[in-house]
Design a protein around this ligand. Sequence first.
Ligand code: AMP
Length: 432
Amino acid sequence: MKEKFNLPRGTYDILPEDSGAWEYVQRTFMRIASLYGYQPIVTPIFESSNLFERSVGDSSDIVRKEMYRFQDRKGRWFALRPEGTAPVVRSYVENGMGQSFQRVCYMGPMFRYDRPQKGRYRQFYQYGIENFGSNHPFTDAEVIAMAVHFLKTLGLRGYRLEINSVGSIESMPVYDQALREYYSEYTDQLCPDCLQRIETNPRRLLDCKVETCRKIAEDAPVILDYLDQESKEHFQTVQEYLDLMKISYTVNPKIVRGLDYYCHTAFEIIGSGQGTQDALIGGGRYNGLVEQIGGRETPAIGFAGGFERLFLAMKAENIDVPQAPAPDIYLAVMGKEATILGIGILCELRSRNIFTVFDVDKSSLKAQLKAADKSGARYALIIGDDEIRRGIMVLKSLETRSQQDIALDDINSVEQVLGTPSLFPDWQQELT
Ligand code: AMP
C-alpha cells in the first residue's frame, strides 16, 4: 500500500488558483507601505528562542504554550518565529540600523501552536511595519492611518478601529495592582490560565476569551483611570491627529494586546465576518523593547495583520481580487517545419515580455485553437504548412475573430498589433 501524506494540522497550501489573490494583497501592502516611506526587511524564520522569551514575555500565551521550540544538533534552543516585531528589533539592534532605517515593513509566515479554527492557524502569514525613533503622537496616528489606508485600498469598508492607551512603563504597575485587588475577589470563578495571570500579568486577564472571565472583566478597573499625565496627554493628542486625518475610531479600554512589550497606544482593527475576539490588525507602541534587546533607548511603534483574516473579511464583503492576466498570444502550429519556426518565434515573443502559450502536446490545429479560446488569450498566432509556403503567419483576434497575415520574420508587427502586453507593462518599458 502506498503511504499517504497530509498537511500538518493548522496549516494549508496556497494553491495556484489562489496565488493570484495572494500576490495582489501582498503587492498592495508593499505599495501602501512604500507610500509611507517603509522599506522591506527580511529576517530568518527561526531565531534563538530566548529572543521571544525576553521580549514577548515569559508569561505570555505565545511563549508559555504556543511557541514551536526546538533544539538544533548542538543543543541550542531555537523557535519558529511566533511574531515579527522581536526579530525586526533584533536585526535593528544587531545591524546598528539606528539612524539610517527608521521605517521597515515585512511579510512572511509566523508559527503558533494554537487550536486551529476559522482565521486561526499554526502557520499563518503576517504583514507588518515597525517605526523606530519617534515618540511623537503623530507617529502613532500615522501608523494607524497606514493600516486603515491599506484596508481601504483593498476595498474593505466594514471594519472598525479601536484604540486604547496602556499607559507608560512607569504607570503600569499601579494599574496592575488595582487589577490584582479586583480579581482577588473572583479567584474561585477564574479559568486556570487567568488564575496564574493574576500574579504574572494581570492585564492579560482582560483579554481572556473564557465566558466567565469575560463577564468578570466587564467591571474590572479601567486603564484610562490609571494613566499618568504624560500618558493621558499622549493618548489625547493621538486622537486629535486621528480626527485631523478623518479616521473614525472608538476608544476601547479593554484592548491590552497579548504581548508584554506594549506601552501607550494600543490598537486593533476588527473586520467583517470576524468574531469580536479576532482582530484583523493589531498594533501598538513598544518604547522599551529596543533597549530590552540590547539597543539604545528608542521609541518604536508598529502593527501586524494576518493575510488569512484579510481574505475572510474580503470574502464577507464580497470583494473580488483582480484576475490573473490572460495570455497575449496562443501559438498554434501544424507540422514539423512550422513547429521549428514556431519555437523560434515563441522565444522571440517571450524575450519581448509577451505572454505566449504554446502546448507542445497538442498536435492538431483544431485542438490548439480550441485550447486558445479556453485560455482566454487575446490572439492566436497560427502557422501551418500553407502559411509557411506563403512565408506568413496568421494573427487572429480571439475577441473579434478578425485576422491578418504577417510576414514570418516580422515580430515587430505582431508586437504593434498587441499594444501593451498583459504582463509587466512597465518592465517592458524599462527594457526598451
Ligand atoms: P498578534 O501578533 O497576536 O497581535 O496578531 C496580529 C495579527 O496577526 C492578528 O490581528 C491576526 O490578523 C494575525 N494572527 C495572529 N495569530 C494568528 C493565527 N494563529 N492565525 C491567523 N492569523 C493570526
